[in-house]
Ligand binder design. Structure first.
Ligand code: GDP
Ligand code: MG
Length: 436
């Protein structure tokens, strides 16, 4: 019924003056929630979304054709930038070049060492692996198995309990055998502790690696950030490896870690097999974080609110009794874009009544549109000037009949009367309650 339609109309139109900041704010809030859902650290998510908000406000998001998409793009660009923008390569320097692998136990160091060896070998480099996990004999065997699998020699001294000495001997061995790169796998602990940090720090000092990679399990969420911080303070590593990004791990750790320690993520590990290694691409990770957190959907929902910018403009014209055929046409175009015409048309004040009993399909608007398009601009702005001869011209031009033109003019004039009445009654809510 009419009051129901009007109710809808006012839901759409009311309070439009405040749209801008409120809607950006609420959309940004949704983005923040999604980031947190994607495992981004709360503090980081807040900082990031504050930045996005500022950028969004500066970029005329609200008046753009597709504010939702623009907001998604801003978010995507922001995340990409925060994760370094570009993909960063591993540094290989020295003869041999030393790559030191650090991280907690179970983070995936040994697995990654095997993968990295295989990756570098596929690039045509001569690589050697070294087992410096002196606490678990099984770890040495594990590396040996992986080395065999990828065809890379593994240097080990199972009886030696001094990691630095083993590593130095390994480097001598590499020099003798013309290996250009030595990957040093180390021991981890279940949690950050002094002894482990001490050992890895001593290794770094003794070996002067060209690359110290911190390996972290992306599934550990918030802990990953704290671990990264602790290792970075002690080791000042120069790259991060994110493991276990297979399955539905959401990758928010990438953003948090990069933001907190400001070191590039260089590789990601996506499975237990030796070929499950990839370079890290910030833009891909941004899409992953966005997609997993379902930000796109959330933003699209919020966009429905942004479309009301146009409604706000119309509302203003309605209030000033200036609603004309140009506005009507732009309304029709909106409706065509969005589908479900009857519902949407019902949101235009006065239209609910006019279309209540009409069976509407997409084609029913064609004659209306044709008629309006056959009007001159001044006729659209001021329909009162449309006299008999003008009606004739419009009917011919639009392939309709004078009767159809009359009908539309009548409907339009009814609609404007209705709007005027509502305005007199004080608009918005008060008009509604008067009608109820
Ligand atoms: P380390 O203690 O740091 O040397 O960790 P490991 O390399 O021994 O890995 C610990 C466990 O995680 C092993 O069962 C690995 O197979 C598994 N793992 C390592 N990397 C990945 C990965 O990217 N994805 C999955 N699903 N499992 C992994
Ligand atoms: Mg290991």
């Amino acid at each position: 019924n009419l009051s129901f339609k009007l109710d809808k109309a006012f839901q759409t139109l009311k309070g439009q003056g405040q749209i801008t900041e409120i809607n950006v704010a609420s959309t940004v809030k949704e983005i923040r929630k999604a980031l947190i859902d994607a495992d981004v650290n709360y503090k980081v998510a807040k900082e990031v979304t504050d930045d996005i908000k500022e950028k969004a406000m500066g970029q005329d998001v609200l008046t753009s054709l597709s504010p939702g998409q623009l907001l998604v793009k801003i978010t995507n660009d922001e995340l990409t930038g925060l994760m370094g923008g570009q993909s960063e390569d591993i540094k290989i320097d020295g003869s041999p070049a030393i790559i030191l692998i650090a991280g907690l136990q179970g983070s995936g160091k040994t697995t990654f060492s095997g993968k990295l060896a295989s990756y570098l070998k596929r690039q045509g480099r001569s690589v050697m692996l070294t087992a410096c996990d002196i606490y678990r004999p099984a770890a040495i065997d594990q590396l040996k198995v992986l080395g065999e699998q990828v065809g890379v020699e593994v240097y080990a001294e199972p009886e030696n309990k001094d990691a630095v000495k083993i590593a130095k001997a390994a480097i001598e061995h590499a020099k003798k055998n013309n290996y250009r790169i030595v990957i040093v796998d180390t021991a981890g602990r279940l949690a950050v502790d002094e002894q482990m940090m001490d050992e890895i720090a001593r290794l770094k000092e003794a070996l002067n690696p060209s690359e110290t990679l911190f390996v972290v399990d992306s599934m550990t969420g918030q802990d990953a950030v704290n671990t990264a911080k602790a290792f970075n303070e002690r080791l000042n590593f120069n790259g991060v490896v994110l493991t276990k990004l297979d399955g539905d791990t959401r990758g928010g750790a990438a953003l948090s870690i990069r933001r907190v320690v400001d070191k590039p993520i260089k590789f990601i590990s996506t499975g237990e097999k030796m070929d499950a290694i990839d370079r890290f691409y910030p833009d891909r990770m941004a899409s992953r974080i966005l997609g997993m957190g379902d930000v796109v959907t959330l933003v699209e929902k919020a966009q429905q609110a942004f479309d009301q910018e146009e409604a706000a403009r119309l509302n203003k014209k309605i209030r000033k009794n200036q609603f004309d055929f140009n506005d009507f046409l732009s309304q029709l175009e909106q409706v065509k874009k969005m589908g479900n015409m009857k519902d949407l048309l019902g949101m235009i004040p006065g239209m609910g009544k006019a279309i209540k009993d009409i069976d509407i399909d997409d084609n029913s608007f064609k004659p209306i549109e044709a008629i309006i398009r056959s009007m001159t601009l001044s006729e659209r702005e001021n329909p009162d000037i449309i006299n008999a001869s003008r009606k004739n011209r419009i009917a011919v031009g639009s392939g309709t009949s004078v009767q159809q033109v009359n009908q539309l003019l009548k409907q339009f004039s009814d609609m404007r009367k209705m709007m005027k009445t509502m305005n007199k009654m004080g608009g918005g809510k008060r008009a509604l309650s008067a009608l109820n």
